[in-house]
Design a protein around this ligand. Structure first.
Ligand code: GYE
Length: 327
């Protein structure tokens, strides 16, 4: 046992020496065109990339916060190409409009990994994709609602994510797929809150003006929008969550979202895992080594509901689950 520990210490020291010996030219240069800083999910995702693509791990990361500006993101990718970085990772703000710049990057011979969201482009224009299945997340929300309502009527308000983002499109379409089987459900309105807390609050305030007393389900396509919607409902004296007038469903399952789920303020939080950088690094390592890699890697998610709710589609939230979260 003692020997083993000594061995580990020596290995650690050797690894540190090796790291110290890595010159700047040896670092693998990765550009990450990040969406922005619109949500807690995004903050966790950025932090995860900074932790994983560290100099210690052999990388020089250029992370550009594109502030949810599609044109700025395309420009960032073009700059990465001009700087001749080794690998380019893109979390696409919009799903459309990528063909030209991807072709330019391909012509320059730089491998591209699409991460987090999806794009509407031919698969030949990028090398790999790593992300979550937001369509399935929408289906999960729908299935859970159907199970819980068990035939009762639903008058639904939906606050969508950013217009044109695959995460919003997927969640909207997945939920709509389930809704199509429920004539007792009515979607009163569905508007974009841009994946932000302010956006969620503004949309909810206007929903309350138009539909007060008429709705019993609110679906927010991320946790931050749900925090804004809660503020708007609090101000209007509308109760939500377990025992409330309104069933509140959210997506992301970031730390605070899960705390609200544990507290019974969210009925359901459908997870979307932001911890994806290690998977992207794995793909890049295979590319560096000239090994085969998966074209598409799905980061899996689950769903969590408030304590006391039994569901085939979600896990009951506990303090233990919350304590075990890394973000
Ligand atoms: O749900 C939201 C973020 O693309 C899956 O973007 C991601 C979404 C996430 O702003 O909070």
């Amino acid at each position: 046992m003692k020997k083993k520990i000594v061995g580990l210490v020596l290995f650690g020291a050797a690894a540190a020496m090796m790291t110290a010996g890595v010159s700047a030219e040896d670092l693998i240069k990765v550009g990450y065109a990040q969406v922005g800083h619109e949500s807690d999910w995004r903050t966790a995702n950025t932090q995860n990339y900074q932790d994983v693509f560290s100099e210690e791990n052999g990388y020089e990361l250029s992370l550009v916060d594109c502030d949810n500006d599609n044109a700025a993101q395309i420009e960032a990718v073009r700059n990465f190409k001009d700087q001749d970085l080794d690998y380019i990772v893109i979390a696409p703000i919009q799903s459309a409009g990528w063909d030209t710049v991807l072709q330019e990057v391909q012509d320059a011979g730089i491998p591209v990994i699409i991460a987090d969201r999806e794009i509407e482009a031919d698969e030949s224009l990028y090398d790999a994709w790593v992300g979550t299945n937001t369509y399935n997340e929408g289906v999960t929300a729908g299935n859970w609602l159907a199970e819980q309502l068990d035939g009762a009527e639903a008058n639904i308000l939906q606050i969508e994510g950013s217009v044109g983002a695959s995460a919003a499109i997927g969640r909207t379409n997945g939920f709509a797929e389930v809704m199509a089987d429920h004539s007792e459900w009515k979607l009163l309105d569905s508007q974009s809150g841009d994946f932000t807390q302010d956006g969620g609050q503004t949309v909810m305030e206007s929903f309350i003006k138009s539909y007060e007393g008429q709705f019993n389900v609110v679906i927010c396509q991320n946790d931050n929008e749900a925090y804004g919607a809660m503020d708007a409902m609090d101000a209007a004296g509308i109760t939500y969550g377990v025992g409330g007038d309104v069933i509140l469903i959210s997506y992301d399952a970031t730390h605070d979202g899960l705390q609200y789920t544990l507290d019974g303020k969210f009925n359901l939080d459908v997870e979307c895992n932001p911890i994806q950088a290690e998977v992207v690094k794995g793909v890049i390592e295979k590319m560096v080594a000239g090994e085969e890699f998966d074209k598409n890697t799905l980061v899996t998610d689950e769903a969590f509901n408030a304590p006391g709710i039994t569901s085939e589609f979600a896990t009951e939230m506990t303090q233990e689950i919350l304590d075990g979260r890394a973000y």
